[in-house]
Design a protein around this ligand. Structure first.
Ligand code: FE
Ligand code: FE
Ligand code: ZN
Length: 283
């Protein structure tokens, strides 16, 4: 959420919510301008994480949204995406993190298969992925011409990668709901994931409610329990023993410019939903 010099601030902010994980951007998510990583701030952030018993694998990096690896229509766009992703992967390594989440992209004026094959070609052109780093492809809502909105598509991409050991998946609950998956039975979803991608590749979950009905292909996040997925189903994702070790990240919207995360974390930890606690932020 903050530039590298604010890495310490991001850790402090996450701790203030009672979080045991956090997601950061190495710069503004909307552009590719990056300032050099300040070593001191990185060391301070790492020390703060350690002090609170949070391993660095729980600091997740998110690549900027404008990376479009699926754009076969404008190859210069996907080439730019690849070279920028390469530098983001390096920065993830410099920060001491392990996971970087990236959206597979949109096929624009081509078609789904062309888009998927473009993602494969671009990811296979990444030259140097440092040891221990994993690039996580995020499940998408299927809005517009997005690719990667079902598990079979992500499995297809990963199957065709040369450096498979460096790739995994980030599952976003809002996105898969909007893509048509029924979150009322998360074990069925995990079974399908296991049969396609393989459960060992699931490393991060984005825990969000959705403003839209299942299958709407919209991608608008709602606060935990205030959307169409509901508290019970999201609690069952957060507490599912099969993905106990998987890092969970909230990407829910601010309410009246106030962060809802402390309340959402507390409600999930105590399995007690109270919408009035979130709605009170509107005041
Ligand atoms: Fe994302
Ligand atoms: Fe997400
Ligand atoms: Zn989203």
């Amino acid at each position: 959420m903050k530039a590298p010099k604010y890495l310490v601030g991001s850790v402090e902010e996450a701790l203030s919510y009672g979080a045991n994980a956090l997601m950061v951007y190495t710069g503004a998510p909307q552009n590719t301008r990056r300032s050099p990583i300040e070593k001191l701030q990185v060391e301070k952030a790492q020390a703060l994480m350690m002090e609170h018993g949070i391993p660095m694998e729980r600091m997740i990096v998110h690549a900027p949204y404008l990376i479009n690896l699926a754009n076969a229509a404008k190859k210069e766009v996907s080439d730019l995406a690849t070279s920028f992703l390469e530098s983001e992967v390096q920065r993830t390594h410099e920060i001491g993190a392990k996971y970087i989440v990236v959206h597979p992209g949109s096929f624009t004026t081509t078609d789904l298969d062309t888009g998927l094959n473009q993602v494969i070609a671009q990811l296979n052109s990444l030259k140097d992925i440092p040891d221990g780093i994993m690039i996580l492809l995020e499940t998408m809502a299927g809005k517009g011409s997005e690719v990667g909105y079902d598990f079979a598509q992500l499995a297809y991409i990963i199957d065709h990668l040369d450096l498979k050991e460096h790739f995994g998946v980030c599952l976003d609950t809002c996105h898969i709901n909007d893509a048509g998956y029924d979150l009322n039975d998360f074990d069925v979803i995990l079974d399908e994931f296991d049969q396609t991608v393989g459960l060992d590749r699931l490393r991060v979950v984005h825990l969000n409610d959705s403003k839209n009905e299942k299958g709407a292909r919209k991608d608008r996040h709602a606060n935990i329990g205030l959307g169409t997925i509901g508290f019970e189903a999201l609690y069952n994702v957060a507490s599912n023993p099969r993905i106990e070790h998987v890092v969970k990240i909230l990407e829910t919207p601010y309410i009246n410019k106030k962060a809802p995360y402390a309340i959402e974390i507390d409600m999930l930890q105590n399995k007690q939903f109270d919408s009035s606690r979130l709605l009170a932020l509107e005041q």
